[in-house]
Design a protein around this ligand. Structure first.
Ligand code: GCU
Length: 642
């Protein structure tokens, strides 16, 4: 009996040890048999981490880590081979650390002697995490920032917090992410109380050695909401003084604090508009407070509802265009990649064409709010690359910052779906180098996260690469958009018409399917949103004959009798796409079953179960939308023949 118990116990320990829960992300380097020999030019917390990673995981002989002040001060690095081994040089400690991760990731094939520098200076995660631990649009558990586990009086935090923050920072550093906005853009004023500032300081202390700066989202009404002033009017002297004092307190605690992210006069948030002031007046007041410390303001252009009756996709330009050039030089206007709201496919946001005298930065959404959340395998790099392709090269090169709304929570595997980790990874890699191809990044991530056998890599890279288009096909083909179930944005609701919601949230407002046809006329005969685009896109999108068909129903209201270029009617075309989307997911389910031998049991089964769920949901999209649109089409055609 005792033997059996011992055997069961031993079996339990072994299976536990080899169970793969996904917590190690893409950081699964093989342990070095003997610690690598590492020469470190100077001591610092960051250099210690860099040296530690190499001695633990580098298999290729000795490495010298050097600070070379003649290199550009941009966190870039050079990895070169010398007779003694490998040298990693950078002007900064963080650059050396990035070089170390490059060396480990490429197992030495990155030793090129070329200088490798990031495209964007600030590579930022935006966490939409609330102080109570919930995460807006978070699908991977609760927040990793457990504020109640930080004791600001004693200056301590729980071991769980410290371990997780360290792992989080390491994962970010390994892909070059160097900034984190810790809290939701729908910001609680509480974040600016002394207790929270002191907690933020403790988080900043853990992240700093990994080269990560912290930022906060701030509620524009904070001074008033905290009861310190009577108003939050940006031109009120006391308000300006309040912010200046607050900023001073923050920098005393966190000397390298990054600055503020602000959502103002949008979806019910307070802002300068409450006092008839402009976004520029609001942003500049905060920018003036941050300026002495080199802090910045990231002011979001995601606004709507202030221009009653205007097409929502036009409103950012309507509100910001006249302010072009009026922002202080430490303000960056942060703009979502599309003009609506992180849909599976949107044309690019034309604000990027309309504001040439103001620094802009793109905001991507890594958390898949409208792309199946953490239940669907949807690889987002191709979508982000599509955006980059629309922005003129020069303009992209001039941008200094890029943000991604994080998909990270306290789930064991960080992101809910094992494949959602790829989107965090891809964001970091593209923020470093937007020229990388989506395939390269997928291949890299799969190798690091699962296995490097080509029998696994080829089919799974293909699955990842096609997954975004599949999602567009089963959710919103041919330019349809925003027909999600209200509020939680998961699953279809084409008949959505809740009278208590703002019109800009209603599916029927977007697809406009009726007796005359389907789609939103944003051409010059409609809302004229096309006018906000630069040529050639303006003319291309405006004309139904030249509009790329993937945007057809985004820009045009198409009669049911309209024939697409392939001769199909619009309804027929929609059905073909819905079917294609579903059969792609069917293919993924089968493909994954063939991958069993390359993947550990736990992750294999977890991905299998998510894929089955994705298939069910894709079918729901197809069935619900086809039925709904077809019934309108049939009625319309019947009426026409009468
Ligand atoms: C979307 C999302 C909100 C979020 C908002 C924003 O509308 O559904 O949860 O607050 O974007 O980006 O501010």
């Amino acid at each position: 009996m005792r033997n059996i118990i011992f055997f069961l116990f031993a079996f339990f320990c072994v299976t536990k040890a080899i169970a793969e829960d996904g917590s190690r992300l893409w950081l699964r380097f093989d342990k070095a048999q003997n610690p690598a020999k590492v020469d470190v030019a100077c001591k610092s917390a960051t250099m210690d981490i860099a040296a530690g990673e190499l001695s633990d995981y580098w298999h290729g002989g000795s490495v010298a880590l050097t600070i070379d002040k003649s290199l550009p001060d941009d966190d870039g690095f050079r990895i070169s081979s010398t007779p003694e081994g490998v040298t990693i040089a950078s002007a900064t400690d963080a650059g050396v650390l990035y070089g170390v991760y490059e060396l480990l990731r490429t197992k030495g094939s990155g030793v090129s002697g070329d200088y490798n520098a990031p495209a964007f200076k600030l590579r930022i995660l935006n966490h939409w995490d609330n102080p109570d631990g919930s995460i807006e649009r978070g699908y991977a558990g609760k927040s990793i920032f457990r504020w109640e586990e930080i004791n600001d009086k004693k200056g301590t935090m729980s071991q769980w917090m410290r371990d997780h923050l360290t792992e989080y920072a390491r994962a970010n550093a390994s892909i070059g992410i160097n900034c984190a906005v810790l809290n939701n853009v729908n910001a609680s004023p509480k974040m600016l109380t002394t207790a929270y500032i002191n907690k933020v300081k403790l988080i900043a202390d853990v992240l700093r050695p990994y080269g990560i700066k912290v930022f906060l989202s701030v509620n524009f009404g904070s001074p008033k909401a905290l009861g310190d002033t009577k108003t939050a009017d940006p031109l009120d002297v006391n308000v300006g003084k309040w912010w200046a004092k607050k900023v001073k307190v923050i920098y005393r605690a966190i000397p390298d604090f990054g600055g503020f992210l602000v959502k103002a006069n949008s979806e019910g948030q307070p802002g300068p508009g409450d006092y008839n002031r402009t976004h520029a007046e609001g942003a500049n007041m905060l920018a003036a407070a941050l300026k002495p410390y080199n802090g910045i303001v990231m002011w979001r252009s995601f606004v709507y509802g202030n221009h009653k009756g205007e097409d929502r996709v036009k409103q950012a330009v309507s509100e910001f265009k006249n302010l072009d050039g009026k922002f202080m030089d430490n303000v960056i206007v942060q703009c979502k990649n599309g003009p609506l709201d992180f849909q599976p496919r949107e044309p690019y946001a034309p604000i990027f064409d309309q504001m040439k005298a103001t620094p802009l930065m793109p905001e991507f959404q890594i958390t898949q709010e409208y792309l199946g959340q953490s239940r669907h395998l949807v690889y987002l790099a191709p979508m982000w690359k599509e955006f980059f392709d629309f922005i003129p090269k020069e303009q992209l090169r001039a941008m200094t910052a890029i943000a991604g709304v994080a998909n990270i929570g306290d789930d064991t595997n960080w992101c809910g779906h094992h494949f959602s980790q790829a989107n965090w990874y891809a964001f970091g890699r593209l923020a470093w180098n937007p020229e990388l191809s989506s395939e390269e990044i997928a291949d890299e991530w799969l190798r690091l996260t699962f296995c490097d056998k080509k029998e696994f890599l080829l089919p799974m890279t293909e699955v990842m690469m096609s997954s975004r288009e599949a999602c567009v096909d089963y959710m919103m083909p041919v330019g349809l958009h925003h027909i999600f179930k209200a509020d939680h944005h998961y699953g279809p609701e084409p008949d959505g018409n809740q009278p208590h919601f703002p019109i800009e949230w209603l599916p029927i407002y977007y697809h406009k399917a009726d007796a005359t046809g389907i789609g939103f006329n944003r051409s010059s005969t409609g809302t004229n949103a096309t006018e906000q685009y630069r040529e050639p896109y303006r003319s291309l999108y405006d004309n139904i004959e030249t509009c790329p068909e993937e945007y057809l129903l985004w820009f045009h209201h198409v009669p049911w009798t309209y024939r697409l270029r392939n001769g199909r009617s619009i309804m027929h075309e929609l059905i073909v796409h819905y079917d294609m989307g579903v059969s792609e997911v069917e293919r993924y389910v089968v493909q994954w079953q063939d991958m069993r031998k390359y993947v550990d049991k736990q992750r294999f089964e977890e991905v299998s179960s998510r894929l089955s769920h994705q298939l069910e949901n894709a079918k729901e999209w197809r069935d619900v939308c086809t039925k709904y649109f077809q019934s309108i089409e049939q009625d319309a055609l019947l009426k026409q023949t009468k």
